[in-house]
Write a protein that binds this ligand. Structure first.
Ligand SMILES: C[S@@+](CC[C@H](N)C(=O)[O-])C[C@H]1O[C@@H](n2cnc3c(N)ncnc32)[C@H](O)[C@@H]1O
Length: 337
């Protein structure tokens, strides 16, 4: 997450758009699902090809405003739902037969640039960090969540080894007065990480990531969104995910490793894998990454990883093994205040 953004960074660049277009080939028409509409970069680029239709969704109110522009421009070929992608199967008809379902995770540059949203470290506005349609408010999480639980969130969801020290500082501070802004939270974290001058990134980066993930239940959303997309795709349909940090990438990688031609046999003494347990064909084992030119133009793209797989003709079955693997994230993100 970027705290201070240059005008160049505030510009909206759809990440890895060219690679995505070459994978999904919209020039041949078809229906596409954009699960993370944001500023509409992908949807718009797809709709520029005449034979296409796009069903888009986003949980964010800001995205709705941008979607309205495309609704006017492409009234017959574009529809938008302000929904979380865990509800994909409620939004999309089971017989839609999309050519591709696309996820571009994390925050849009529009959300990052909007200081009122409190995603940036220096925001003086009310602590927010909510993407939309949230169960928890960030203010409540920071000011009322049990100290040990807060430490665990910061440690696990932020991969922050100083989770306990930071949670202690937050608890101490809020016992005097509530933490009201992102800027105040940043300063409490900096205080906890006193040697922060040694860091290349802002010392609050990992904690902000953790709080944002928790407040938006991002990992639960991702697991359920991927399952929903797998169910919706039929033979030849492509599932594409652009992720920005290791927790997200781990989830995507696991889905593809568990239910594809890549799956290893658990033991050489067991019969070879039943082919029916595959749902995908993997084209490239390694993730694709943006080229140097794109990273120079849009620094936000530097950590992007694109993974994709093609749905085969095996009937959908609920991927319990995948869901169970991430049950600890579900439990953590469902933690009550
Ligand atoms: C990186 S941006 C997408 C940018 C988009 N590809 C573009 O070209 O403009 C990610 C978007 O996904 C949305 N989002 C994140 N998690 C979501 C979820 N669980 N359900 C629906 N939308 C979500 C965010 O609100 C944000 O607008």
């Amino acid at each position: 997450m970027n705290a201070t953004m240059s005008p160049e960074e505030k510009k909206h660049y759809p990440v890895m758009l060219n690679q995505i277009l070459s994978i999904i080939t919209p020039q041949h028409g078809g229906t596409f699902i954009d699960c993370t509409f944001g500023g509409g970069g992908y949807s718009q680029a797809i709709l520029e090809f005449p034979g296409t239709k796009v069903l888009a969704m986003d949980r964010d109110r800001l995205a709705q405003e941008h979607a309205n522009i495309l609704i006017k421009k492409f009234p017959k070929r574009f529809s938008f739902f302000r929904e979380k992608f865990s509800n994909l199967n409620q939004v999309a008809q089971p017989n839609l037969n999309p050519k591709a379902v696309i996820f571009d995770l994390g925050l849009s540059s529009l959300q990052l640039a909007d200081k009122k949203r409190g995603f940036s470290f220096d925001s003086k506005n009310f602590l927010n960090m909510e993407m939309g349609i949230n169960e928890h408010s960030t203010y409540d999480v920071i000011n009322t969540l049990d100290k040990e639980f807060l430490a665990n969130i910061i440690k696990v969801l932020g991969d922050e080894r100083d989770g306990k020290i930071i949670a202690n500082k937050i608890a101490k501070y809020r016992s005097r007065r509530p933490i009201k802004t992102s800027q105040e939270l940043t300063s409490v974290i900096k205080d906890a990480k006193k040697n922060f001058k040694n860091y290349k990134k802002n010392p609050a980066t990992k904690t902000f990531q953790a709080i944002r993930i928790f407040v938006n239940q991002e990992l639960t959303e991702l697991v359920l969104g991927l399952i929903g997309a797998t169910k919706l795709l039929s033979e030849g349909g492509i599932l594409i995910v652009v992720s920005f940090h290791s927790l997200e990438d781990k989830i995507v990688k696991n889905l593809f490793n568990l239910y594809s031609n890549l799956r290893k046999n658990p033991s050489r003494y067991l019969p070879t894998n039943d082919k029916k347990s595959n749902l995908f064909k993997i084209v490239s084992k390694k993730p694709l990454i943006p080229n140097i030119k794109e990273v120079k133009q849009n620094v936000r793209s530097r950590s992007a990883k694109l993974r994709y797989a093609v749905r085969n003709n095996n009937s959908f079955f609920y991927p319990n093994e995948f869901e169970n693997k991430f049950a600890s994230y579900f439990k953590l993100e469902r933690g009550r205040l």
